[in-house]
Design a protein around this ligand. Sequence first.
Ligand code: ZN
Length: 100
Amino acid sequence: MPLHSYQCADCKSHFEVLVRPPRRTEPTKCEFCGKSNITRKISAFAVTHNELDAIRALDPMYKRMVEDQMARTPEAEPMRLLNKLTPFDAAKDPGEPIDF
Ligand SMILES: [Zn+2]
């Protein structure tokens, strides 16, 4: 979809309007000051297909398969890091207790 850029000659504001086919309505007034002294500038193209759209388009079964595989990895174990900690009474030098 084309993205049209406009410049207002009165307030020098710059704004962009997405022109969706089949309705090709173009702005006649400045979005900021409301005056009609606007000129169209070189337009860019709006990118509608991005990474997020691609992820949303994935098959739900594929997402389920990925989640099942992720749950089987060692990193998914919630006690993984807690099990590596030394208990306070087993530590050689536990240090001073912290006064909260
Ligand atoms: Zn303006």
